[in-house]
Design a protein around this ligand. Structure first.
Ligand SMILES: [Zn+2]
Length: 92
């Protein structure tokens, strides 16, 4: 289900290798970037439960794909720079 949504907006070969996806919200397009737990993170932070667990997510409004340059918005000229940051890790 999640994969279908990701493919619908923009399929990028660079993004297929990382926890990166694009999301459409009305006329706005957002780049979502996940930082996932590695084996090292699990050793350092015992609140983390498994490898690949999302630790942090950053969501940034974009007009173009920053990896391949494809335009993602349709006829929208103004993009307000803004971001949301979520921290799901145990260490604060
Ligand atoms: Zn791209």
């Amino acid at each position: 289900m999640l994969e279908e949504v990701r493919d619908l907006i923009h399929r990028c070969s660079s993004c297929s290798l990382a926890e990166v996806w694009f999301e459409e919200d009305g006329p706005d397009v957002y780049l979502n970037l996940n930082m996932v737990a590695t084996e090292e993170d699990l050793e350092r932070d015992h609140y983390l439960e498994y490898e690949g667990q999302t630790i942090e997510t950053v969501k940034v409004q974009v007009a173009f794909c920053p990896y391949c340059g494809q335009k993602l918005t349709r006829g929208k000229e103004v993009v307000v720079p803004q971001f949301q940051h979520h921290n799901f890790g145990g260490k604060k």
